[in-house]
Design a protein around this ligand. Structure first.
Ligand code: FE2
Length: 251
């Protein structure tokens, strides 16, 4: 039997373009997530090892090597994407306050998918355990962190509550932040970065021009609360991002 093709389809890529994130639920072997949870606890017990978390918990390679996760990454940042040397195990213990809203991206002016963030949650993450909060569609909106830091909640914000083993992939520029942990155990989130090596020359997902035409309405739909003129602008930016992914403009 041929190996299952886990690359995204057109509707899924369009959905990512519009919202700036997608959520995957890969199946890991029995005990895998519990093992990663315990290893992250051990690795961060004295101090946070920063980028060395992958050397200390090498099993984390299996998260990003899972065919479903790899298929999504290939779809969004190309077959030859690279994992950045920067990664972080975010530790959110009980009793924390919310992290301020911010963008990890460097506010470069472009409407491409150059870098994505991968978030892996080794534990069930309920609403009271400090899930990551994101605002769909904000990867199109540059915003200085000191301006958004005074906001507590945004209309249409999404809490990434999830089961253990869930992987979320977001655009580098999406507005996000950890929420406060009101639970009784530590919440870990492993953040990794993946970047494309060049502009796309052709689609790297399961592209089918007919299916893409059928689903084109996804790119035009209103996703999060915004004014009418912002919505018009955003539609243009989505189209720019989609065309770039298709390889339009490639020599
Ligand atoms: Fe962040």
């Amino acid at each position: 039997m041929p190996e299952q093709d886990y690359r995204l389809n057109d509707a899924e890529v369009m959905d990512f373009v519009v919202k700036g994130y997608l959520v995957l639920k890969p199946e890991f072997p029995e005990g895998f997530n519990e093992y990663c949870y315990e290893e992250c606890a051990r690795a961060t017990a004295d101090s946070n090892p920063g980028d060395s978390i992958l050397e200390l918990v090498p099993k984390l390679h299996d998260v990003w090597g899972h065919p479903m996760v790899r298929g999504a990454l290939v779809s969004l940042v190309g077959e030859d994407f690279q994992m950045s040397g920067h990664r972080h195990c975010h530790v959110n213990p009980p009793g924390t306050r919310s992290q301020g809203w911010h963008q990890d991206g460097t506010n470069q002016r472009h409407h491409k998918v150059r870098t994505v963030l991968g978030f892996y949650y080794p534990q069930d993450t309920s609403a009271d355990l400090g899930p990551t909060m994101i605002v769909p569609g904000t990867h199109f909106r540059n915003c200085p962190t000191d301006r958004m830091a005074t906001y507590a909640h945004f209309r249409d914000q999404v809490a990434l509550t999830c089961e253990a083993g869930t992987v979320a992939i977001t655009h580098y520029d999406i507005w996000h932040g950890a929420s406060r942990n009101q639970g009784d155990r530590v919440r870990y989130m492993l953040k990794f970065l993946f970047s494309r090596q060049g502009d796309p020359a052709a689609p790297s997902w399961r592209h089918d021009p007919e299916a893409a035409a059928e689903h084109a309405h996804i790119l035009a739909a209103r996703s999060a609360a915004c004014g009418q003129s912002d919505h018009y602008k955003e539609r243009g930016l989505r189209r720019e991002m989609w065309n770039h992914l298709l390889g339009a403009g490639a020599a």
